[in-house]
Design a protein around this ligand. Sequence first.
Ligand code: 3PG
Length: 335
Amino acid sequence: MAIYNPFIPHENRCEREKVVHFHELVKDMKVLVATDKPFAKAAVDGIRKIVEGAGYELALLEKYTEEAQLLAAVADANALIIRSDKVTPAVVDAAKKLKIVVRAGAGYDNVDLPSATAKGIVVMNTPGQNSNAVAELAIGMMIFMARNKFQPGTGSEIQGKTLGIHAYGNVGRLVALKGKSLGMSVYAYDPFVTDKAVYERDGVVAVDSVEELYAKSQYLSLNIPATEQTKKSIGQKLLMSMPKGATVVNTARKEVMDEDGLLAALLEREDLKYATDIAAGNQAELDEKAGARVFATSKKMGAETGEANINAGLAAANQIVDFFKTGNTRFQVNK
Ligand code: 3PG
């Protein structure tokens, strides 16, 4: 893919000099932080320090309720930092000066890559920066469900149970390690991580198919991104194959679930449980029909820790400064 290079070529300069030259030419560089779900104050302070330290201006748009507010705010921004905020074709169109969008987090399914790419806008994420927070929430939800949502009555322990990790990326691996330290037997499946040594070094057993993973897992941690291939990929058949009393924990995206299949499985199997950090489209029906066996956080909170906000927010700011000053595109996702 050809990305528009903001660093205007100048035959007689070395690459680095060209970049610095461009940086010096651009006055009034504006970095917009647009977060419907704001970062912790310490993270915003850290972002400001990095951005202003580089000589740029920081603009903040927090807790906005209408896309129109984002369209207005982004109009003169050269760089944009977001969380799960949607960068639609309309946002790209309104962003006349935008060169870079950094999604402070892992999943970038909220950014319309084709329109950003068509306008030569570099899109990056900050992989790994909020993974520990998400992994801790996944373990927390397992215990919460095992203990009947902390309601009176006899629950169970997660020690000694099987844990399946669906996708062995940054979050999946951390859930696996935490599960192991809690005495769980951990299995994993990831079609993109085929080297068994990666799993072996963590004491995790790699299985050969998604079917085998679900059939083995008393707890299943979903860590797959939402892509055209994964959307609605977890359905009734996989869920029905899980062991008695199994719990699926979704800290990934609601789109990966076939929600009709999920409802059907929960109705047919009165022992199955589902806990999610992203309410399903049919969450009200799930709550009504499966009651105590389902749980959804009120707003996605996997990455809602001060530590994760600081890690991801500061990484985003540093990546923007580095991009403008040195042309570094290491974390670009639309290459
Ligand atoms: C991610 O993809 O990094 C997580 O889903 C966190 O999303 P958030 O920044 O909107 O909390």
